[in-house]
Design a binder for this molecule. Sequence first.
Ligand SMILES: [Fe+2]
Ligand SMILES: [Fe+2]
Length: 279
Amino acid sequence: MVSTTPAGLQIRPRHMDFDLPNPLPRHWHGGDAFKSHWFDAMSVLFPDGERFFIDSVRHFREQIDDPLLQEQIRGFIGQEGHHSREHLEYSNRLRDLGYDIAAIERRAQVRIRYTQKKLSPQRRLAATAALEHITAILADGLLEEPRYLAGAHPTMARLWRWHALEETEHKAVAFDVYNQVCGNRKLLRRAMLMATWFFVLDTSRGLVHMLKRDGLLWNWRVWRDGLQWMWGKHGVLRPLLGTYRDFFREDFHPWQHNNLELLYRTRTEFDPQLEPSTA
Ligand SMILES: [Fe+2]
Ligand SMILES: [Fe+2]
């Protein structure tokens, strides 16, 4: 089978216009600097990152004969395009608060340009499939676990839930395209190691920058509580490790982790006319 997305699951962009709070409360996530800036640091990377994903998939579009996967590619491009737009607005709010967003963006752009010059299209697609797995597991955690966004500004929470929902809907698209046009698992695993390294590095750098500007970089309580929230006994990231590791299995594909029920449940927040069973 060419597409591994569950039968009948439509991938369509939702045209959202979030009207983000202006000015953005600096610590919009329940007054917590660490949590707010961890999300902020990811968000700043999205517009360039998602454009890179779109380009990587689009490069192979012509080689895909399967009409269903073609349609899903269209949905994927549409969704990522909308995410970029909303997250750019988010970046502007952060700029207004005095953070050096341009420096973070520049670093991401330099890296993307480097990969476009030095890596083959297959490797760029492998990197895209790997990063899509990282976003898919983060999205799954976010939708599943209320502690992810507990206490957050409601509009910000809605933005993140919308993004997480669509990441879940299209989580297999880049992977399926990769399988069609290349499929080399060794390359894919290597891409995952690189993707993980740069994802952690870049989000950490963004987080450090924003905490520094807030004068909280050397506040041990901020780090203790933040790391506890992520990796502690009931940490939000800890349960995702197993699904992360599944990517390295020879027979892995993204819908082996079947969270369709969670997806349909979340859809009712954004597509209220749909009943969970028919969504
Ligand atoms: Fe996205
Ligand atoms: Fe995505």
